[in-house]
Ligand binder design. Structure first.
Ligand SMILES: [Zn+2]
Length: 202
């Protein structure tokens, strides 16, 4: 199991916590000796899209090419981590938000982009940092883009020109690799995988 974040103070009352196994549980957690609060740390969801533009193309006979595109929208990151590298629009799901809502919101925040949201596409465990990354297929409604504060530049890349060596995160690279392959195959099934430190950056 990955190292647990070191939570030293109760988020409810501010008392120094104790690392204990709560009753009826099986692992150590940060517990408050004053108010009894148990600080559960669970994986964070990162939600985003693969926003594409351009004609869907022909594809193999009978293929589902509705979500195929000639270009994909990437965002150059204005902030750390991975400042200056390219990413798909994505970010942390907010409390009380559905994953599809979060994906649309992040796409708008980072690129000013309006999209038609497609189906869920990749579900990627990044257990070593306590995250799950979820990307949806999407089609840009128009090209009125406006980089948000976390983005220095939005650019449409032809699939053959994706900057593989300058992508910010492994989950983005994984998702784009699937996308390029699936455009050629003409089908876009959901892909699930675990991304580990052995897969390189991000
Ligand atoms: Zn407390």
């Amino acid at each position: 199991m990955p190292p647990h974040p070191d939570i030293r103070f109760c988020r409810r009352c501010g008392t120094a916590t104790q690392q204990q196994v709560p009753p009826l549980e099986d692992r150590v957690r940060a517990m408050c000796p004053s108010c009894g609060y148990i600080d559960y740390v669970n994986p964070i969801n990162v939600v985003g899209t693969v926003p594409v533009w351009g004609p869907a193309g022909e594809g193999p006979a009978g293929a589902d090419v509705r979500w195929a595109g000639e270009h994909v929208l990437l965002c150059r990151r204005a902030i750390e981590p991975r400042q200056g590298l390219w990413t798909l629009p994505a970010g942390f799901l907010e409390y009380g938000e559905a994953i599809a809502e979060g994906a649309v919101r992040e796409t708008h925040e980072e690129a000013g982009a309006r999209i038609e949201l497609g189906p869920l596409y990749t579900v990627l465990d990044v257990a070593h940092v306590g995250q799950v990354h979820l990307f949806f297929l999407a089609r840009l409604v128009d090209l009125q883009l406006r980089p948000g504060p976390e983005t220095t530049e939005n650019r449409l890349f032809a699939l053959e020109d994706i900057p593989w060596g300058e992508l910010a995160f492994r989950t983005v690279a994984r998702t784009l690799h699937h996308y390029v392959d699936d455009c050629a195959a003409g089908a876009f099934p959901v892909h699930t995988a675990a991304v580990t430190p052995a897969d390189g950056r991000g």
